[in-house]
Design a protein. Structure first.
Length: 613
């Protein structure tokens, strides 16, 4: 396509906000920016993912990447590989010019274990015009509430002890009608009607006793442990996520790249130090080209997902402009001057190499292939591809979509579109072949709770579920699989919570436990064997003297037996327990028991198993 015509097509796309462009057929799995796309920031990085692991020597070929702006001319830059060698990055030495078309040529020579030699190819994209800079930091409200505040320095105050609580420490009422799961509670408070009220980061025991608190001068969100053992939270004042170690010192920070402002909703730290974040991307769009009464100068907010490598370089980028239409928005008034048409609020990396995105204003959960950037499926909203089973009402304005083993999906259904509105925690079984979403579990509070925004659902390792109710209702409710409430708390002062989590802290390593016999006669005797496996640690490092059944019954003193007791090819360590000591703690029917202990390194582990008596 001649460059002048290409610029005209890109210009029309940028003005209209119409259907996303189709990706050109290229000899690689994924490139960013998407060929033929618009609205990119001048600081954009070029990313090429041929598929598989790139041969480092091929990335060092001279003249491999050429980038030419229609206004700014040819750009020098550095060619680098991501730390996992799966993405080739071109980092321009200077930003591109606003409003120009950029043509990128990749010379022949890139090779990977899946692509022996990639032939030369070319693609083009458009940089947003100068009007984009005026809306770069437009705050995006949540459900009509301004949950953001102006930047200022955070006041860090840490006090793990409970004997010197400040006067404005958030008061809570706790109720424990049952036995909650192991672990502490992680909460982030805010006052939705007054952004000047400070946020507290809280770690509380099950009885509400504070184990750690930190008062922020402005708001914070999403305080939680990450799989690498760090605590992270979003600091509005700093505009980034901070990471804390086990002494609560700030040791790292995470920000989106390519010129985008970091959004507060989500940070997921992945294996190898990679991280998933998102950014809201406001652009000026002529909405009169989308609908008759559209505003010709509307601010339309898109969504950008980024994966950073351990060196904080953007190695994968996905934008709503390239895949969603503005008219996909559900119950959003498109004739207004400000249109937040996506409103992403959670990200989840899946075991099969995808990303689950929850988009509140689309009423949709989207599965995105991280290798290609293409949409795998869309659940909910106008473009729903699934048939809902056992759930005729579906979900609406949802938050916190999480994937469980067995292709189970949990989310917090805010329920703004239910009649009458009510909120609930739901679990679906997703069948990607039959394209069905079957409701297999839900929890509705008694009395009913309607929380129009925020909220979370966490499936705990003992089978319980922790529901964070967001801006209305209890701070959290912990329930068993059959819906019995075992713990609940609410803020006395009318504060709200973003999400609620329960974790053993410092983080306890996960283990898989197999108990034999799994069914026991309450009058029987003999040994009970518990085989411990784990992908998180070497089971040979377990200190046998530390191993306990339900935290109280010690394993037999003869130590563990290394082997493969489950005959699944995975090494395990088997410990013996006296059945006479175990049985008094069991009730007739199904039981969930835990086996815990310590490694010689000092780290602790815990695993759960089902036992029937």
């Amino acid at each position: 396509m001649p460059s002048a015509l290409l610029r005209l097509v890109l210009s029309c796309l940028a003005l209209s906000g119409a259907a996303p462009p189709r990706a050109a057929a290229l000899p690689v799995a994924h490139v960013s920016p998407r060929p033929g796309s618009a609205f990119h920031l001048p600081e954009v990085t070029v990313i090429v993912r041929p598929g598989g692991t790139i041969a480092p020597a091929s990335a060092a070929l001279p003249g491999l990447v050429t980038a030419v702006g229609s206004v700014s001319g040819e750009h020098s830059g550095r060619v680098r590989l991501s730390d996992d060698d799966r993405a080739l990055l071109f980092l321009p030495d200077a930003p591109f010019a606003p409003g120009e078309t950029v043509t990128v040529r990749i010379a022949e020579g890139i090779s990977s274990d899946l692509a022996p030699v990639v032939p030369a190819f070319e693609f083009a994209f458009a940089i947003a015009g100068p009007e984009r800079d005026a809306v770069r930091r437009v705050p995006v409200p949540e459900a009509g509430e301004d949950l953001l505040a102006s930047s200022a320095m955070s006041a860090f105050r840490a006090a793990p002890a409970a004997d010197s609580l400040p006067a404005d420490f958030p008061a809570m009422e706790f109720d424990r009608p049952g036995t909650p799961a192991h672990g502490d509670l992680f909460l982030t408070t805010f006052d939705r009607s007054d952004p000047s009220v400070p946020t507290y980061l809280l770690i509380l025991g099950s009885d509400g006793a504070p184990k750690f608190h930190r008062r922020l001068f402005l708001r914070g969100f999403d305080f939680k442990p990450q799989p690498n053992g760090l605590l992270t939270y979003f600091d509005v004042a700093a505009g980034c996520f901070y990471a804390l170690d086990s002494t609560y010192a700030v040791v790292d920070s995470f920000r989106t790249g390519n010129g985008y402002v970091t959004d507060n909703h989500e940070l997921q730290i992945l294996a190898g130090g990679h991280a998933l974040l998102m950014s809201y991307d406001p652009q000026i769009v002529d909405m009169s080209r989308v609908l008759p009464k559209g505003n010709p100068g509307a601010t339309v907010v898109g969504l950008v997902i980024q994966e950073l490598d351990a060196e904080k370089r953007v190695v994968f980028q996905w934008r709503s402009w390239d895949h969603f239409e503005i008219t996909d928005a559900y119950d959003v008034v498109l004739s207004r001057s400000f249109i937040d048409y996506v409103h992403g609020n959670s990200l989840e990396a899946t075991p099969d190499g995808a990303i689950l995105l929850s988009s509140r204003h689309l009423n949709e959960i989207t599965k995105i292939d991280r290798a290609t950037g293409e949409i795998v499926w869309r659940l909910g909203g106008w473009k729903n591809q699934f048939r809902f089973v056992n759930d005729p009402i579906g979900f609406s304005r949802q938050h916190d979509a999480r994937l469980l083993p067995g292709n189970r999906l949990t989310l917090f259904d805010n329920g703004n579109h239910h009649a009458p509105p009510y909120s609930r925690a739901v679990e679906y079984e997703i069948d990607e072949k039959k394209m069905t979403a079957t409701l297999v579990w839900q929890f509705r509070h008694d009395p009913e709770v309607f929380s129009p925004a925020t909220g979370s659902v966490q499936r705990l390792r003992n089978g319980h579920t922790l529901v964070g109710w967001g801006i209305n209702g209890p701070a959290f409710t912990e329930v068993t699989e059959d819906g019995r409430v075992v713990a609940e708390a609410r803020f006395v002062s009318g504060l709200s919570g973003y999400r609620a989590f329960r974790y053993e802290w410092p983080l306890v390593l996960p283990a898989l436990v197999h108990v034999s016999p799994s069914t026991m006669n309450l009058g029987s005797s003999g040994d009970v064997l518990a085989a411990v496996q784990s992908e998180a640690f070497d089971v040979s490092l377990i200190d046998p003297a530390s191993v306990r059944w339900n935290g109280a019954i010690a394993a037999a003193p003869d130590g563990g037996i290394a082997g493969d007791a489950t005959e699944d090819g995975i090494p395990d360590m088997t410990f013996r327990f006296d059945r006479a000591e175990v049985i008094p703690g069991l009730t007739e029917g199904p039981n969930v028991v835990d086996v815990s202990g310590a490694l010689v390194t000092g780290r602790r582990f815990r695993g759960y198993a089902g036992v029937r008596a």
